[in-house]
Design a protein around this ligand. Sequence first.
Ligand code: ITT
Length: 189
Amino acid sequence: MRKLVVATGNPGKLQEMEEYLTGKNWILTLKPQELDIQETGTTFRENACLKASQTAQAMGEWAIADDSGLAVEALNGAPGIYSARYGATDTERIARLLKELGDNSNRKAQFICAIAIAAPDGSIALETEGICRGEILKSPRGQGGFGYDPIFYVPQWQQTFAEMTRQRKGKVSHRGLAFEQLLPQLKTI
Ligand code: ITT
C-alpha cells in the first residue's frame, strides 16, 4: 500500500474525497495546514495540477488534489475558479451569488471538478474532470453537503445537492463524475 496525500484544506471536499478513495490500495494522509499553495492557474485543471504537484514534491509522496467551483451562465461563468474567493464564508458566498444573479430568469449553472494525481517527483500521473449541470435557486434549500450545495438544484432529481443523500450526491455530482473516470485509472499506477 502506498501513501496518498490528500491536498485540500476544505473539510467538505475532504469528506467526499475520502469516501471515493477508501478501500482502494492507498493509505490516505492529509496535507499539513501550513503547506499553502497559491492557485495561480487560469483553469480548474491547472489549479488541480498545481496543488497536486506542489504537495507531492513538498511531501515526497503521491498526492491528489481537487479544484472545483460553480459557473453561472448569466454571470459569464462567475464565480468559476474564484468560487472559494467569492466571500469569506459559505453563507457570504451564497448571499453574494444570489445578489449578483438577482431576478435574472436565466438560472443555468454548472459545477465543475478537476482532479489531478501527482507522483512524488511532482509529475502529473492522472487528470480527470467532471461537470454537473443544474440551476441556481432563489433561496437555499436543504441541510446536507457544503459550500454552494443549498442553492444548486438538479432538475433531473428535483433536489438541491444539499437535499440529496450523500450517496446520491456522490454519484451525480461533478466530483462523483470525475472520480468515476479516475478510479479505474488509479489501479494502473
Ligand atoms: P482546497 O483548494 O484546499 O482544496 P478550496 O475550498 O479553496 O479548498 P477550491 O479552490 O477548489 O477549493 O474552491 C472550490 C469552491 O467551490 C469552494 O468555495 C467550494 O465550497 C465550492 N465547491 C466545490 N465543490 C463543491 C460542492 O460539491 N458543493 C458545494 N460547493 C462546492
